[in-house]
Design a protein around this ligand. Structure first.
Ligand SMILES: Cc1cc2nc3c(=O)[nH]c(=O)nc-3n(C[C@H](O)[C@H](O)[C@H](O)COP(=O)(O)OP(=O)(O)OC[C@H]3O[C@@H](n4cnc5c(N)ncnc54)[C@H](O)[C@@H]3O)c2cc1C
Length: 379
């Protein structure tokens, strides 16, 4: 299917979406070296309706939960390009928090931005010692400080950021939506991003000092960003994107071996078997965690189960991705890990993107859950 990036399709279109993903995968090696980042990719995702897919009336409307389908969608985007997957997942995550915590008026405003202007959202919580502080002035609020790891920094039009606030009305870790059109290019530090992989995610440091906004841009009350089970449960979304990268490695490995007529070799077949088993187990983790998410997210009695299962999904997919890279590495050898083959880039991207917050603490929490509930999930 030919794709015309200038021809918008108003509703989410599966066929157009899959053709878009093929094109995104083809562009990935050039995009990695582009100073602009994946601009064209998001234009295409916008045009096939993917940015609106979770809005009311959309194919994956959050009001009609279908987490397994959303996870598959995220996996497919990650398979095309992990950096695009990271930024897209941030957009979906922000829309989810707006769905959960915004007032009806705010939802209308921010949803309309996506539908009418094609707004792309980022979500930036990570920061160093010079993080975000929010101050109140007479009729508005001002920010000082920086965020790090701001994926899509130069692409997104609106960003959910978090910061500390201490006023008589609000105290704690507060979410707010920033209009990126008001953030000057000089505040975005592209030099701060020299990673092993995920270069195209453009996860730069941003200085928000001096940004002013109205109270209507606060999203929810202080502290709710960390509300459970949504906070830890949400890890299944980035795990889905990661597994997409591993699927691209699986396909790239088999294609490479076929090109060299090496698929009859039993050593290679053993490794292919291991890779495909890990992919299958990752897909099963995602499918089941999506199902549990839908069933348990509003049930307080299952909150701990949901978090434990999401934690396990995340760490098992991390382990699977690491094993898949090791097996693929041996399958294709040095020549398979050189450009123009895409495996060298996907290895770098996936290795880097697997580094997500608190991997050790997540495993400890899984152990704590099973020490308290030895029969966990066997009900
Ligand atoms: C490609 C990419 C894009 C990202 N995009 C975003 C984004 O858009 N928005 C956003 O908010 N964040 C983003 N992040 C940041 C991400 O959410 C994590 O905060 C970050 O990846 C964690 O960094 P780290 O591995 O250096 O963490 P660390 O916490 O330094 O962990 C490294 C290791 O140290 C261990 N460790 C942690 N604490 C201790 C301790 N006290 N003592 C001993 N060991 C410890 C950990 O278990 C782990 O093994 C992104 C990250 C990546 C890689």
């Amino acid at each position: 299917m030919n794709i015309d990036a200038t021809a918008p399709v108003t509703k989410f279109n599966q066929e157009y979406f899959h053709a878009t993903l093929t094109k995104i995968a083809q562009l990935a090696s050039a995009t990695e070296h582009s100073t602009l980042g994946p601009v064209q990719e998001f234009e295409m995702l916008r045009n096939c309706g993917a940015l609106e897919v979770v809005l009311p009336g959309g194919a994956l409307d959050f009001n009609k939960p279908d987490m397994p389908a959303l996870l598959k969608l995220l996996k497919d985007v990650g398979k095309a390009n992990l950096s695009v997957g990271r930024i897209f997942e941030g957009h979906i995550n922000t829309l989810y928090l707006i769905h959960l915590y915004a007032s009806t008026q705010q939802q209308e405003k921010w949803y309309d931005g996506v539908k009418e202007k094609g707004d792309l959202f980022g979500i930036w919580n990570t920061q160093g010692k010079d993080g975000i502080q929010v101050y109140s002035s007479s009729d508005s609020f001002t920010i000082s400080g920086n965020k790090t790891f701001c994926s899509g920094a130069s692409l997104v039009s609106k960003a959910l950021i978090t910061g500390n606030i201490e006023t008589p009305e609000r105290a704690g870790w507060q979410m707010l939506i920033v209009d990126m059109e008001k953030i000057g290019k000089e505040n975005i530090d592209a030099e701060s991003w020299k990673p092993l992989g995920m270069k195209a995610s453009g996860s730069y440091q941003i200085n928000f000092t001096g940004y002013t906004f109205q109270g209507s841009d606060f999203l929810g009350q202080p502290g709710i960003y960390l509300n459970q089970p949504h906070f830890s449960g949400g890890a299944i979304r980035f795990a889905a994107v990661q597994l997409g990268g591993a699927e691209a490695i699986m396909e790239g490995t088999i294609d490479y071996l076929k090109t060299l007529n090496r698929t009859d070799d039993p050593f290679q077949q053993l490794r292919i078997s291991n890779i495909c088993s890990e992919i299958t187990s990752g897909r099963l983790w995602l499918k089941q965690s999506g199902k549990y998410y839908d069933e348990w997210v509003d049930d307080d009695t299952r909150k701990d189960d949901l978090i434990a299962f999401a934690n396990m999904t995340r760490v098992n997919i991390e382990e699977s991705c690491l094993k898949i890279m090791e097996e693929s590495n041996r399958c294709v050898g040095a020549r398979g890990l050189m450009a123009p083959y895409s495996l060298e880039r996907i290895f770098r991207d996936l290795s880097f993107y697997l580094r997500q917050p608190a991997p050790d603490a997540t495993r400890l929490k899984i152990a704590e859950f099973f020490i308290q509930n030895p029969g966990g999930f066997h009900d």
